[in-house]
Write a protein that binds this ligand. Structure first.
Ligand code: SF4
Length: 374
């Protein structure tokens, strides 16, 4: 009752009533929330839900980013990271290079490696099997979060294997979880402009369904603030929620703020604070069946990430040693955050930092009993 009494806006009050009663909100509700200027009312509902799910805890990870190649057949207009084979900045990491990078990161104490790259026709499934096996041999309990739905689909087609067989082999080689990239926006009209050669939204969902059915937990992402409408976002959220009702395989939803520098997309304007708050708060409220909402501080900036921790977000992202994707597109943030820095960002907003991996198992740092800073 307290939640409803706090809400002044009548439409948001009706949404708050649904949230209190555990009734899923509608797509029309999402469109309203994505356009409202009653940011405090919206924030109150998102915060209510976040506290109900996670209390005073906020998660972060200690990980490294491994982008094994930037050579990609698709060259999506939205992408500032990819290039053609033979380009000056083109690279493909050998298995030896990867082993060296992982060994260095392991010596710094990482728990997880996050692996994504381009669709490179010189790579077959054995490259990935050997990569994952070698990473596990360096640190057997390391958590491998690897390859987007777009990459799994490509490996299956290129190697003439079923998706199930690709998942079976790569899980055997060491994959523990899947990142949520490649979802972009499901709307075919928008997708046709920002990533015309990428697998369709329908296929992305099919790959995720297969992954979930094979026991792999995954993230889901959504790229916002390019040329999409509020209706496109509501539709995207709705399709994620529908698959989650069926499989319960999504652990985390990750909205990704679009950065347009060095891409072929004309961005309508830089995102505003209100845009970010509306997107994250609406995502938290709409996706009642997805447990975690993650902000990548490198995308939105540290200050906005802190604000969002109080507006629905419970996961701050991670240290992301050597991030390349969003920095190719002009992000101004550093490409690495130390663990003490992430902990202090969380504590400064009065929350309790908990170190974890994509499995959300609590990792003891010796500091996890510390209380809120204020
Ligand atoms: S977004 Fe992914 S699939 Fe598209 S060009 Fe970039 S690396 Fe390739």
């Amino acid at each position: 009752m307290k939640l409803i009494n706090d809400i002044k806006d009548s439409t948001l009050r009706a949404i708050a009533r649904k949230v209190e009663d555990d009734v899923p909100v509608s797509r029309q509700d999402a469109v309203y929330m994505l356009q409202t200027n009653n940011i405090l009312d919206l924030a109150t509902i998102a915060q209510f839900m976040r506290l109900r799910l996670h209390g005073d805890v906020a998660y972060y990870g200690v990980n490294m980013n491994l982008n094994y190649t930037n050579i990609c057949e698709l060259r999506c207009p939205l992408c500032a990271f990819s290039c053609n084979k033979g380009d000056k900045k083109a690279y493909l990491l050998s298995l030896d290079d990867i082993e060296k990078k992982v060994k260095i990161a392991v010596s710094y104490g990482i728990d997880e490696v996050h692996i994504v790259g381009g669709l490179n026709q010189d790579l077959d499934i054995a490259y990935f099997e050997q990569m994952f096996t070698s990473i596990k041999s360096i640190k057997p309990d390391i958590h491998i979060v690897a390859l987007t739905a777009v990459e799994y689909d490509y490996i299956a087609r290129k190697n003439n294997l079923s998706l199930e067989e690709v998942f079976r082999r790569l899980i055997n080689a060491g994959v523990n979880a899947m990142p949520g990239g490649g979802a972009e926006i499901f709307s075919p009209e928008i997708r046709n402009i920002i990533a015309p050669k990428k697998i369709s939204g329908k296929r992305w969902l099919e790959v995720m369904r297969t992954a979930h059915n094979m026991g792999l937990k995954t993230n889901a992402t959504m790229l916002y603030n390019h040329i999409e409408s509020a209706e496109d976002i509501a539709d995207h959220l709705w399709q994620i929620r529908a698959l989650q009702d069926e499989t319960n395989g999504f652990k985390t939803f990750v909205p990704l703020q679009f950065h347009g520098k060095n891409t072929a997309i004309f961005q309508r304007h830089a995102t505003t604070g209100y845009d970010d708050i509306r997107i994250y708060a609406t995502s938290r409220i709409f996706l009642h069946n997805v447990p975690h909402l993650k902000v990548l501080w490198m995308y939105v900036g540290e200050k906005m990430a802190q604000v969002l921790l109080r507006l629905g977000v419970d996961d701050m992202g991670a240290t992301y040693h050597d991030e390349k994707i969003v920095h190719s597109a002009g992000a101004n943030t550093p490409d690495y955050g130390s663990e003490p820095y992430l902990r202090s960002l969380i504590k400064e907003v009065g929350l309790i930092p908990v170190r974890t991996t994509a499995a959300y198992n609590k990792i003891d740092t010796g500091n996890n009993n510390e209380s809120r800073s204020h």
